[in-house]
Design a protein around this ligand. Structure first.
Ligand SMILES: *Cc1c(COP(=O)(O)O)cnc(C)c1O
Length: 379
């Protein structure tokens, strides 16, 4: 129950162990096509260029920046946690100019500040932001931010690593241009693959680049020779065949459950966890309006030792929760309820284990009431 990787379902682990076949085997090409179709569903998009990058979420991030940012391009980067800072790094390493819009850790991106940044800067090429900040448990308003980008003739780059399958990700509805995700958060697949999708506008920018993409491996024009449309597939790199079996299975499981049902399950377990934590006397860090159901920030109560509590949860209950990061380090915990791990059993285990560990440490909490409060949410 940390900030990822989340628990991987037995079905996905079974898929991972199937025999490895050639990465240009007709069977594997068929599986690649199915993965692309399933990713259209997960991202809610019809974008033709929708593929899994053969590397973790960070590579999906990099794929979006290296293909879309050319030297000298101005990019507005929103930062309200760890991952916005990495976007800035990406822009600068591509030779772009990052115009930072900063919000405090624990708050969403402020659209008015983004609007002002567009007014104060001409020729902005791209707006980049994180939809679900895993470092703080905050959701930003992706629809509004993508609309602002489009109104200012800029492309949008959106990080949905933690959001896909946990909350609504509506790539076509938002009009987003380059969106990347990850397998190890709410998709409950093994770490190491990053689904990405590019709009027709983004593909046009990539096709008309004057500078070669600085990364050979992530150059979408080359990657498309392997993953692409109707032409004969050519060797680019050897896809992680078994990891693709796993991604395929996790996407089938998402389709079977249904996106809306998956979001509703994440909401329900989140509500139950919050009810239990609040009954215990703990307080949530993020305003209710911007909370991510899959990543819950809770304040560390008086009398509790951050590292000792997490250590006891791990050693006595085999339960991992995440430490706070940056401005939130030492005063909060990050409790993940992602994908397969977002279930009633985990919520109840976490609440009773926390109650026991905090009580043993003499922390100021109300003991013995959390599980009942959570159960009341399940009705
Ligand atoms: C986890 C995460 C990433 C990076 O993914 P990796 O698989 O660790 O490379 C990027 N952005 C966000 C918001 C994340 O939560």
């Amino acid at each position: 129950m940390g900030p990822g990787p989340s628990d991987v379902s037995p079905r996905v682990l079974e898929a991972l162990s199937r025999p490895t076949i050639g990465h240009l085997d007709p069977e594997f090409i068929g599986l690649m096509d199915e993965i692309k179709t399933l990713l259209h569903y997960a991202f809610k998009t019809n974008n033709e260029l929708t593929i899994p990058v053969s590397a973790p979420g960070s590579a999906g991030m990099e794929a979006c920046f290296v293909n879309l940012v050319s030297p000298g391009d101005k990019v507005i980067v929103c930062q309200n946690g760890v991952f916005g800072g990495r976007m800035k790094e990406n822009v600068e390493r591509c030779g772009g100019v990052a115009i930072m819009v900063e919000d405090s850790w624990g708050s969403p991106v402020d659209a008015d500040k983004v609007k002002a940044a567009f007014s104060n800067n001409t020729d902005v090429k791209i707006l980049a932001f994180v939809h679900a900040e895993t470092s703080t448990g905050v959701e930003s308003d992706a629809a509004t931010l993508c609309r602002l980008a489009a109104e200012n003739n800029a492309l949008s780059i959106v990080d949905t690593v933690t959001s896909v399958a946990g909350i609504d990700v509506d790539v076509d509805g938002w009009g987003a241009d380059a969106v990347y995700s990850g397998t190890q958060k709410c998709l409950s697949c093994v770490p190491g693959i990053s689904p990405v999708t590019f709009s027709a506008r983004a593909v046009e920018v990539i096709s008309n680049r004057q500078h070669k993409v600085q990364s050979w491996f992530l150059d979408m024009q080359l990657v498309m020779g392997y993953w692409g449309g109707n032409t004969k597939r050519a060797y680019h790199h050897t896809a992680p065949v078994n990891a693709m079996y796993a991604l395929h299975e996790s996407l089938i499981m998402l389709k079977e459950e249904g996106l809306e049902n998956s979001w509703a399950r994440h909401q329900l377990n989140h509500r139950a966890l919050v009810s239990g934590l609040e009954a215990m006397g703990l307080s949530m860090v993020v305003d209710a309006a911007h909370r991510l159901p899959q990543l819950n920030l809770v304040s560390i109560p008086e009398g509790a030792d951050d590292a000792a509590v997490r250590g006891a949860l791990l050693s006595q209950y085999s339960l991992e929760i995440g430490a706070g990061l940056g401005a939130l380090a030492g005063n909060s915990w990050r409790i993940g309820l992602m994908g397969h791990a977002s279930n009633q059993k985990n919520v109840l285990l976490c609440l009773s284990a926390l109650d026991n560990v905090l009580t043993a440490q003499g922390a100021k909490i109300v003991s013995g009431v959390a599980v009942a409060a959570a159960l009341a949410e399940y009705g």
